[in-house]
Design a protein around this ligand. Structure first.
Ligand code: RIB
Length: 301
């Protein structure tokens, strides 16, 4: 089993359910209120750990109850948390989440301690293992430094460019596998991945900047893996969504777990779609992630 480092955010998700997401100026009633461990980085690490992978989390929380709860929750999922640092000046990151009747969510992230992670916190010693995975809920300069270091050490780098934002070539040139969703791909390239010609153009542009492969997640339409020469489509499982929070995170965690135990890329993407399919049928971020036994029982793999 290869070792995976996840560099990213830890947030306490403050979640309510609404009939319909309110429009500007509207007040609606929420149904229930839950505090659920989340954060894109922590969700991806928790997926890998819960499935049985070898994973370590690199991030920062505040010296408060949320920070303690998030770290303990990751430990319970067998994630190594020795590189989850504590900020003296900022509270733990939080996310305010509304989930509507269709299972779609609206999220506001308050980064807090996630943005206190500094380039000085990252060293060659911390980045040990085979894979480095990151998202964009920590400062970009940290991703730039750590991806450069990881490539120098021969690690495989995976970037999930979420939440969507533009990226400098100094980051993209060190990315082995970029995993954007449709919105993120459009923002990075100006191209709609549902249009074949535009997809090819966007992929060409990203590859010209140094990224090796691009795996675009297309929600209920599955995913497409592109390397500039070939394009392979993968189907999503058909499920009735209850809450799509962390669907992308469990897809990425599932993918890395399968790759780390030696499965080929195509089989790993198929496995990732199964992990994500279970996640969307349950409420919350880390509360919805599957175990390996659940994936095997549900899909007979
Ligand atoms: O991807 C879902 C996650 O986005 C939530 O858990 C929330 O914390 C935000 O980071």
């Amino acid at each position: 089993m290869k070792k995976i480092n996840v560099l990213g955010s830890l947030n306490m998700d403050l979640v309510t359910c609404v009939h319909m997401t309110p429009v500007v100026g509207e007040t609606v009633l929420g149904n229930g209120f839950d505090k659920i461990p989340g954060g894109k980085g922590a969700n991806q690490a928790a997926t890998i750990g819960r499935l049985g992978g070898n994973v370590s989390m690199i991030g920062k929380v505040g010296r408060d109850d949320f920070g303690t709860q998030l770290t303990e929750s990751l430990s319970k999922d067998h994630v190594d948390t020795k590189h989850v640092l504590k900020s003296d000046s900022a509270p733990t990151g939080t996310a305010i989440i509304m989930v509507n009747d269709s299972g779609d969510n609206s999220i506001v992230v308050i980064p807090g301690a996630n943005f206190e992670l500094s380039v000085h916190d990252i060293s060659e010693q911390i980045l040990e293992g085979d894979y480095l995975v990151a998202q964009l809920e920590v400062p970009l300069e940290i991703i730039e430094k750590s991806f450069k270091m990881a490539k120098g050490k021969g690690m495989t780098t995976v970037l999930n460019p979420a939440p969507a934002q533009g990226l400098p070539s100094s980051i993209l040139e060190n990315v082995d596998l970029l995993i954007p969703n449709e919105t993120e791909f459009k923002l990075l390239t100006g191209c709609d991945p549902k249009n074949e010609r535009m997809l090819d153009r966007g992929v060409r542009d990203l590859i010209a900047l140094g990224t090796q492969k691009i795996l675009i997640t297309l929600g209920e339409h599955g995913a497409v893996l592109c390397d500039g020469t070939t394009k392979t489509y993968f189907k999503a499982q058909k499920v009735v969504p209850v809450d799509t929070t962390a669907a992308g995170d469990s897809f990425i965690g599932g993918l890395l777990f399968a790759l780390s135990r030696g499965e080929a890329m195509d089989a790993s993407i198929d496995f990732a779609t199964l992990a994500a399919a279970i996640t969307v049928t349950r409420k919350g971020a880390q509360s919805s992630l599957p175990t390996l036994a659940e994936v095997q029982e549900r899909f007979g793999v």
